[in-house]
Design a binder for this molecule. Structure first.
Ligand code: PGA
Length: 248
């Protein structure tokens, strides 16, 4: 299936477009389940959503959320954890019911509770709540989606993964030193992501151009995990001009 894409002038317009798609989905399906992403790219999507919530345009009360991933070996709510990110950028500013928000409970891994138990529990929770209706994705410079780095297989489930060196390097801007960046995470798998009914990937900036172009036009391969999205029937890439610049 060819991946559909739309190109907006810049990061702000692309983010606004994605937020608009989310708002209309939520207003049409007020009890739907959203898959959410972290990183710098979606920050302005969340800003837009918070603004539109404050303007009374929508309510998140009936919405269930599942985040793509969480770092391993950080205490719950650590400032660099994705739970803290979600609270800071989104959860604390809207009327989401906190009991309906989910991130992989990576902090619960210990000598008695394995990463596999935590991962399987997350996968089952998603399934038991009816699956993900609308999944937001970013993309890494190496084509990762969630923390499915190159090498991840199309049917991979939620699981413990090692982060690629390029990801650790890219994410070090959120930490004081590269050494502080966690080396592992629990991530939804490619298989988990592909079960979402609709997928919207937001990519902006020239650094993402190659990964975006090969995800859209290149072969379906583990070398670029985002290329697996070609096998899904309802995917939209929302790009700014720079991120779209390498598409043939
Ligand atoms: P970024 O990360 O938005 O911080 O570039 C995207 C991703 O790695 O999925």
């Amino acid at each position: 299936m060819a991946i559909l894409y739309t190109v907006l002038d810049d990061h702000e317009l692309a983010s606004r477009h994605v937020a608009g798609l989310m708002v209309s989905t939520i207003n049409r399906h007020p009890s739907c389940t959203l898959g959410l992403a972290t990183g710098s790219t979606p920050m302005s999507v969340y800003e837009n959503l918070c603004r539109r919530y404050q303007a009374g345009e929508l309510s998140f009360q009936g919405i269930t959320t599942f985040n793509l991933d969480e770092y391993v070996a950080l205490p719950e709510g650590h400032p660099q954890s994705y739970l803290a990110y979600m609270r800071e950028n989104f959860f604390d500013h809207v009327d989401l019911d906190e009991s309906k928000t989910h991130l992989p409970a990576a902090h619960q891994i210990n000598e008695n509770v394995s990463a596999t138990v935590i991962s399987d529990r997350y996968e089952n929770e998603i399934e038991n709540l009816g699956g993900i209706d609308w999944q937001l994705l970013g993309i890494g410079v190496n084509g990762h989606i969630g923390f499915n780095e190159p090498g991840a297989t199309i049917d991979s489930p939620t699981r413990l993964v090692d982060l690629a060196a390029s990801t650790i390097e890219a994410n070090s801007r959120f930490f004081e030193t590269v050494g502080q960046v966690p080396k592992q995470a629990i991530t939804m798998g490619i298989g988990t992501i592909l079960k979402a009914r609709k997928i919207v990937l937001l990519a902006t900036g020239a650094a993402k151009a190659e990964a975006v172009a090969s995800a859209i036009n290149g072969p379906v391969t583990s070398d670029n995990p985002a290329s697996f999205l070609q096998t899904h029937s309802d995917v939209l890439f929302v790009l700014d001009r720079e991120a779209a610049s390498a598409i043939a």
